[in-house]
Design a protein around this ligand. Structure first.
Ligand code: ADP
Length: 547
């Protein structure tokens, strides 16, 4: 017998329709590329996304065709989120930090038909446009009077001129909820870029899941600042969750330095912010230097890389801000786990609580996870056994765009497909997962695994360390031994021996790195993650002491 409930497809257009109808006057504030602050509302975003819809119809782009963006977080980007996906086209957010060659490769691989870009990326577009013959429409996200006359880009129009003459009325099409809505290429820390192709259904289910109180806890009373870029896994889905709950959104544009982010948090009364550790490192540095405090910020979501304990402590103890340590992947839309405490843990001491908060957290409902050994046998949830982390759920990919890389799934005895995350983790009896490494970064010394994250976290707790990367180096006896590569904070000093002594009593002796290598900078990838492969290449002539 079937249930007798209304069968409405879960569509992205319903999010913006809801936000306009129920939260039409709630503000969307953006720092623009020009540096000024722009103020809009959910009502205006909705009207302008319908103009985008009509402008796209005017270009005769078919359903399913890709419209790319090369843009910072801002209101026009948000309008494209709804206008493009709402009409059944696929929003393809490009990462502007990629090398131009790689960018052109991705545009061609995705068969992008239109490309909308912020004016700060004009030089980049000028470099790549001739290599992207499939792109028929180029749109600069600016007013018509800001459009250069001699850009060299054929048919370039300004966004405001493009949508300006369009009607703000449209009927969003009734789509199959499983139709593709947006796509994002993985940042390529693991081989060639491959794309996750999200659907309307996966996006809406993720928006519900992410907004839950024990996940990111979004509400109409929040003012949310996604520092995480809208070109990286849809800013962790925050624009969609924000439309669902009707909160204020604050966009930082290109200004991600500590001073600019701090000023925006204060002036727009931000209650929740989200970003990768490197961004918060800059913010905390600025605040420490200038003796600043937050007046409205309550929570900050930190993910994308492991959050060092020193950062959790600084936010919690110095600034009274709760850190939500979160884990996910491009392939998971991205949310997998969030570290929010259970009742029993609230009674623990501050130190014990910190140990829990360091973990990547509990699965958000919708995501199932398990750890397995090399033969695929499930390992116990005892907080000690570690193995490959596998996940399944309705907002996790089943395959990559164009079937690239074959079938990524691993099948269990009952035939259920699990996506292998490439992470190595433990899960404790309360269901808290902790990443110990990316499988390719694992250091194996004398047959025993050393967690590079543990080694890095200890270095990061030293007052003179700005950034630390632990990598394994070939060793004739032990196979591999860890070293720690360190960038010092400006104006501070620490010697190799002092830093090595800092490890004493914090981890087992054999886990202490064999050496410290000081460098001016650690190579970062397009999403702000440390590029250990590049770092290993840079240190290819390095020899361990005594070897
Ligand atoms: P890529 O897979 O190309 O690195 P993603 O942005 O999808 O790009 O990164 C996902 C990976 O980032 C995860 O598999 C994990 O290794 C790492 N990661 C994400 N969040 C965390 C976290 N909180 N702690 C440790 N690692 C994390």
């Amino acid at each position: 017998m079937l249930g007798q409930m209304q069968n409405q497809p879960l569509l992205i257009s319903s999010l913006i329709t809801h936000a306009e109808r129920h939260h039409g006057s709630t503000e969307i504030v953006s720092r623009r590329v020009e540096g000024d602050i722009h103020r809009s509302t959910w009502g205006q975003i909705a009207r302008r996304s319908r103009q985008v819809a009509n402008a796209l119809d005017g270009l005769h782009l078919a359903h399913g065709e890709r419209v790319a963006t090369l843009a910072w977080n801002g209101y026009r980007h948000l309008e494209l989120y709804f206008g493009v996906s709402g009409t059944g086209r696929v929003l393809h957010t490009l990462n502007p930090r990629l090398h131009p060659e790689q960018l052109a490769w991705i545009v061609n691989h995705a068969d992008d038909r239109a490309l909308c870009f912020d004016m700060s990326f004009l030089p980049l577009v000028q470099t790549v446009h001739a290599k992207c013959p499939g792109v028929r429409h180029w749109v600069a996200l600016c007013d018509s009077d800001k459009l250069p006359t001699d850009s060299g880009i054929p048919g370039l129009v300004s966004y405001e001129a493009w949508i300006g003459g369009q009607s703000a009325t449209c009927v969003w099409p009734d789509l199959d909820e499983n139709s593709a809505s947006s796509m994002c290429y993985t940042s390529g820390t693991t081989g060639n870029p491959k794309a996750a192709l999200y659907s309307h259904r996966s996006t809406l289910l993720h928006a519900y899941g992410a907004a839950l109180p024990d996940a990111l806890g979004c509400s109409a009373r929040d003012s949310i600042l996604p520092v995480v870029p809208m070109f990286h896994v849809n800013a962790w889905g925050l624009p969609y969750s924000a439309a669902a709950v009707g909160c204020k959104l604050v966009f930082p544009g290109p200004a991600l330095d500590g001073k600019s982010v701090y000023e925006l948090i204060e002036s727009e009364k931000v209650s929740m912010a989200a970003g990768v550790p490197t961004v918060w490192q800059m913010l905390l540095g600025h605040m420490q230097q200038n003796g600043l405090k937050f007046s409205t910020l309550k929570r900050t979501v930190i993910g994308g890389s492991a959050c060092p304990p020193a950062m959790i402590n600084a936010f919690n103890q110095t600034y009274g801000v709760e850190v939500l340590h979160a884990w996910g992947m491009t392939e998971m839309s991205p949310l997998g786990t969030v570290c929010t405490l259970k009742n029993a843990q609230l009674a623990l001491s501050a130190d014990e609580q910190l140990k829990v908060r360091l973990k990547q957290g509990r699965a958000v409902y919708g995501v199932d996870m398990k750890i397995v050994d090399e033969s695929g046998n499930e390992l116990p949830w005892d907080g000690k056994a570690y193995g490959d982390l596998l996940v399944r759920g309705p907002w996790i990919i089943a395959s990559y765009f164009k079937g690239e890389g074959g079938d990524p799934m691993r099948y269990d005895a009952s035939g259920k497909g699990w996506f292998p995350t490439g992470d190595v983790a433990t899960i404790d009896a309360d269901g808290f997962m902790q990443i110990t490494d990316r499988s390719k970064d694992v250091i194996k010394s004398g047959g025993e695994w050393i967690s590079s994250i543990d080694v890095e976290n200890i270095a990061m707790a030293h007052p003179a360390v700005a950034m630390a990367a632990c990598i394994g180096m070939r060793h004739p006896k032990w196979d591999e031994r860890p070293i720690v590569v360190v960038v010092k904070k400006p104006g501070t000093e620490v010697s190799r021996d002092e830093l090595l002594a800092f490890y004493e009593g914090k981890i087992a002796k054999w886990q202490v790195p064999d050496d410290v290598v000081f460098v001016d900078a650690i190579p970062l990838g397009a999403t702000g993650k440390m590029q250990k492969m590049t770092l290993r290449q840079q240190l290819k002539d390095y020899v361990l002491p005594g070897v």
